[in-house]
Design a protein around this ligand. Structure first.
Ligand SMILES: Nc1nc2c(ncn2[C@@H]2O[C@H](COP(=O)(O)OP(=O)(O)OP(=O)(O)O)[C@@H](O)[C@H]2O)c(=O)[nH]1
Ligand SMILES: [Mg+2]
Ligand SMILES: [Zn+2]
Length: 299
């Protein structure tokens, strides 16, 4: 057989599957019939994420080698000046999970919102641990701004009843993201009990900075819907977001974009800035502009 026809034959043997978990350089790929194939990537290339569709070749009945990654419809990732960390690929919806306790970082929420907006995927906020009534009320007050901006904010208790979330998951590939200890894995278990995700002791998570979930994993809710549980984070770098896209990532800035005196206005301290003016007259909350300015100087 010529080299060319060998290559063609190889190509023909490829199967398509979806990566449902990535552990270092090992990947669990879900095959068409739901079987899980344990795969490695051909060569040294990494960069495969949970949610990726891949072409792989069997090396045995339940193992294989990934040959290529199919084009992604979305890619959610964090990045700093040195590296990027892919959280999930091909998702249609980011669900930011915060909790009544421990207290959450509003800056991280803003970073998640920008990341989702820049990938043009849906995003909303879940306030978990609503059973802790007093703290949940305080937390909800902190989230009012986001509700006013038009973001959906759903309050629930993963320990008692998460069913209010179900209608918002239908037809979506969603990812739960947020700080450690917010209850992402508990929520996943409430929705998909057979997932049996490990959940952490809060005190452990806080005292030692220990993250219970170490790898993203995708679970099917039904034929059309899936959820990815991801590890908690304390940082969410936005180095990959272009400066022009940053302002776009703040939804309430959009009507003012293009109205500044200078066409290349960064909306920091330029004269005639339409966004600065909107902040002055109360059209934009200064809290959001502060976050914008902070992010802008970091990318
Ligand atoms: N009171 C209360 N506790 C909850 C609720 N949901 C989760 N918890 C607790 O919060 C702690 C952390 O839960 P996890 O599900 O492990 O949190 P996580 O967000 O997955 O954390 P990482 O995997 O580290 O990112 C556990 O002790 C849970 O029992 C809730 O609705 N109410
Ligand atoms: Mg977890
Ligand atoms: Zn401006």
């Amino acid at each position: 057989m010529s080299v060319r026809s060998q290559k063609t034959a190889k190509h023909l043997e490829c199967s398509t599957g979806q990566v449902i978990a990535a552990f270092g350089r090992h990947y669990a790929v879900e095959a068409g019939a739901g079987a899980i194939i344990s795969c490695v990537m051909r060569g040294k290339k990494g960069g495969i994420a949970c949610g990726d569709w891949v072409e792989y070749q069997h090396t045995a009945a339940t193992s294989g080698v990934i040959e290529s990654i199919k084009p992604r419809s979305s890619k959610l990732y964090r990045s700093d000046a040195f590296k990027e960390k892919i959280i999930a690929a091909n998702i249609t919806q980011l669900i930011v999970v915060v909790a009544a306790v421990p207290s959450f970082s509003e800056e991280l929420i803003n970073r998640c919102l920008v990341a989702a907006e820049s990938e043009r995927i849906d995003v909303f906020i879940v306030l978990n641990k609503a059973d802790l009534v007093e703290q949940a009320r305080t937390a909800m007050d902190r989230l009012t701004l986001y509700r006013d901006l038009g973001y959906r904010v759903i309050s629930l208790s993963a320990l008692y009843d998460a069913s209010i979330l179900v209608p918002y998951l239908a037809g979506h590939a969603s990812v739960f993201a947020g700080q450690s200890g917010m209850g992402k894995s508990t929520l996943l278990n409430a929705l998909i009990p057979q997932a049996n995700r490990a959940v952490g002791e809060i005190s452990l998570a806080l005292d030692s900075g220990c993250h219970t979930t170490t790898h993203s994993r995708m679970y099917r809710l039904d034929q059309d819907s899936a959820i990815i549980d991801s590890p908690g984070f304390q940082e969410f770098g936005l180095n990959h977001v272009a400066k022009e896209d940053l302002a776009w990532g703040f939804v309430e800035f959009r009507p003012y974009i293009g109205r500044c005196r200078f066409s290349n206005c960064r909306h920091i301290n330029e004269p005639g800035c339409a966004i600065a003016h909107a902040v002055e007259v109360g059209g934009i909350q200064s809290r959001r502009w502060d976050f914008y300015q902070k992010f802008c100087t970091q990318i």
